[in-house]
Design a protein around this ligand. Sequence first.
Ligand code: NAD
Length: 349
Amino acid sequence: MRFVYTSAPSRIVFGEGRLGDIRDEIKRLEIRRALVLSTPTRSGAANELAATLGDAVTGVFAEARMHTPVDVTARALEVVRRTNADGLVAMGGGSTIGLGKAIALHTDLPQLAIPTTYAGSEVTSYLGQTEAGKKTTLSSPKVLPETVIYDPELTAALPAKVAGPSGVNAIAHAVEALYAEAANPITSLMAEEAIRRLARSLPDVVQTNGAEARADALCAAWLAGVCLASVGMALHHKICHTLGGTFDLPHADIHCLMLPYAAAYNRDAAPEAMSRIANALAADDAPGALRALSLKVGRYANLKDFGLTDADLDCAADLAVQAPYHNPRPVDRHGVRAMLAAAYDGAQP
Ligand code: NAD
């Protein structure tokens, strides 16, 4: 057995009510004038947080958008300069955390991330950005948030239609970690546990919004994020970045719909991973069980309902095979186009 295991140096503060530790955590990072970040829809919560922090906050920038468009980052950087901010507090989903990371890339400001979805971006050194309809991903230690506060109470307000797909987005990190080029015994353990916890908690999160289920899902999302950070991803993430970035589609919903089809693409090429995924899902067939979960907690049953056309699928297949990520089954255009066609029709994977 030979492997390399790299762990990202973040400080994780987890638990109900942990948002109450924010002052201490800001101090620990030596932040005196924080800029608080959020999406427009969560500006109320961001302003409330800023009010409780008083003069430790220099402003609120509530314009974060999905896929981190570079023009939004440019506007945020202007606010950083104007307000003389010396640190960032990003409270929200992957879009808000992505904006913090993009600002940190340019400024190296310390970041405190407070995730409120299951995207996992807060523990990775990856940053996906879009410019002129094209999404590119980079990796830099500069973008990794120094501290993460996971407070499951913050996910109580997350609508079921966001929570379910976001949880499957986390499962996707864990699924691809099991057949990643850099897969190793530690990340595989974390990946299997993440899938197990999310599979058991997500239906409850979506149906009852129970506190225990939300805590379980958030803890699993952290594990899955660590997997994403440690081993790199494969075809599924490539196709989701391509579809999401090119057609401006909702990130988590695309992950939720595509994951069973990407798993089916790799079914025969990654038998050990498939068996661990199936085991975590208490099922016989990994892609089939992922499809059942996706339908149970997701919003979309097929790719057609995202408004894509046949020509869009051709374009996505062309783009996805350019500079492909490592994948257990070689990535060829014919196979990728067939995978997209199956997802378009909502066929059994
Ligand atoms: P998001 O951050 O856009 O959130 C989805 C919606 O939910 C938004 O409208 C947001 O305002 C709302 N929301 C978030 N938290 C809420 C709460 N507690 N209550 C009510 N509403 C809430 O979506 P996402 O799926 O979390 O993140 C997607 C983005 O993250 C994409 O840009 C993707 O590329 C990026 N991402 C990056 C990585 C990485 O490692 N770089 C990993 C995963 C995702």
